[in-house]
Design a protein around this ligand. Structure first.
Ligand code: EPU
Length: 416
């Protein structure tokens, strides 16, 4: 297992480029089961979760190659079982359920189970597919799904689930008739998946709003597609620039998709400006605490909650963060406290009182975004921080330590 050793206190300066979005690339890769012709994807980030997905695609009967940031995939002979060994390491594997049901009328997918940030059930996915004519049995940790021919339906999600919307979107593309998804997730990654499916010949309208209409077609064709840049990676760089009192020029920044984050950062006293092909970020005077509630898009993203909390640790005055998406996403709190932060937790709300400085300490990463928050905390802290268990970070940030080193961070990877 690797760890990162970070010597804090060096302001970050220079250009930093954002990679392809993990959470867009994952569903798009699984949607590659659907088209009959070859798919060529660009800007696919080289991450652990992407490699896991490619393994799953191989098992499901696609021939794939991954060179640089390009993935090529061609369907050969589709199989319908997603084994536990892969699903347990990556919950997004459950997104093959929709494409398999729509294509083959059956799927056997391991139940993802709990994960570090909460229980995260898939009940909303299953209820939607039942509406489309599928039946499910749960046996020995597997979901067995069957249907004759998946049929379009009116689906109303109780909660705008990102994965549920994506799963239904893929299945509905080749289901019989029209599907209407109400209270659909509006996340940019859902929009990117819809655009990919449209490039393959799907008939989808309304993506990016809470009502999506999908007119099923008999088959999809291959296409060339470029994955959107990662808004959470870009947001993490904004926080790093402000925390270290440096100035970063972020390239390939999906600025329009970061409204809620930019709004809160500006409220805290961070200067952010879009200038042609880059977004420039630096601190403007003292930082102040703010109140944040995580929400589905276009609200403040849960995936930026931990990083903003770190920034608030060094702000003037107090601020609060209420986590409304996941019930257990505060595992970074205890670690930040070990670095000198003043944070009190009450249920789903954290109260953060700014301190003068954070100090380096050995800390342990518990999930992807918690890891990112500890790394940016370490960049600003006095002394040396050892961030252990960074395999979480490798799931979601492409070459993070190389990118941070190139803009002046003292950061190195070592074997634990
Ligand atoms: N939920 C249910 N039942 C369901 C589906 C979801 O109760 O059938 C609950 C979940 O337990 C959770 C909430 O609804 O409490 C949100 O779940 P959602 O389905 O919207 O999220 P997801 O698809 O599991 C994706 C991202 C997450 C991101 C969330 C919210 C991927 C692969 N994952 O998860 O990303 O936090 O949307 O935006 O796209 C990350 O990148 O670190 C990450 C966790």
């Amino acid at each position: 297992m690797d760890k990162l050793i970070i010597e804090g206190g060096n302001p970050l300066h220079g250009e930093i480029r954002v990679s392809g979005a993990k959470n867009a690339a994952l569903p798009i890769l699984l949607a590659c089961i659907l088209p009959e012709g070859p798919v060529n994807l660009s800007r696919v980030p080289r991450l652990r979760d992407i490699h896991t997905t490619l393994k799953l695609l191989d098992i499901l009967g696609c021939e794939t190659s991954f060179e640089g940031n390009e993935v090529k995939s061609t369907v050969c002979n589709i199989q319908t079982e997603a084994p536990y060994d892969l699903v347990k390491t990556m919950r997004a594997s459950v997104l093959c359920l929709g494409p398999l049901l729509a294509l083959k009328g059956e799927a056997k997918v391991a139940l993802p189970g709990g994960c570090a940030i909460g229980a995260r059930p898939v009940d909303l996915h299953l209820t939607a597919f039942e509406k489309m004519g599928a039946t499910f049995e749960l046996d020995s940790g597997y979901i067995y799904g069957h249907c004759k021919k998946l049929k379009g339906a009116n689906i109303h999600f109780d909660f705008p689930t990102v994965g549920g919307t994506e799963n239904v979107l893929m299945a509905a593309s080749i289901a019989e008739g029209e599907t209407i998804i109400e209270n659909a997730a509006r996340e940019p990654e859902v929009v990117d998946l819809a655009e990919f499916l449209i490039a393959c010949g799907a008939r989808i309208t309304g993506h990016g709003t809470s009502i999506i209409r999908v007119e099923g077609v008999s088959s999809l064709k291959g296409c060339d597609y470029t994955v959107m840049p990662d808004r959470i990676e870009a947001g993490t760089y904004m926080v790093a620039a402000a925390l270290t009192d440096g100035e970063l020029e972020i390239l390939d920044c999906p600025f329009q998709e970061l409204d809620a984050v930019v709004y809160k950062l500006r409220e805290m006293g961070v200067w952010i400006n879009e200038d042609n092909d880059r977004v420039i970020v630096r601190r403007q005077g003292e930082l102040t605490g703010v109140d944040i509630t995580t929400q589905p898009f276009p609200g403040f993203p849960t995936d930026m909650q931990a990083q903003l909390m770190t920034l608030m640790c060094l702000a003037n005055g107090a601020g609060t963060i209420e986590e409304k998406i996941f019930e257990n996403r505060f595992m970074h709190v205890q670690e930040l406290v070990r670095m000198g932060a003043n944070i009190k937790l009450k249920g789903r709300t954290a109260m953060i009182r700014g301190v003068d400085k954070l100090t380096g300490a050995p800390v342990m990463a518990s999930d992807l975004r918690a890891s990112a928050s500890l790394v940016v905390a370490a960049l600003a802290a006095e002394g040396e921080t050892e961030v252990q268990r960074i395999y979480h970070l490798d799931r979601g940030y492409e070459q993070l330590e190389k990118k941070f080193s190139a803009v002046g961070a003292k950061i190195r990877r070592e074997k634990e």
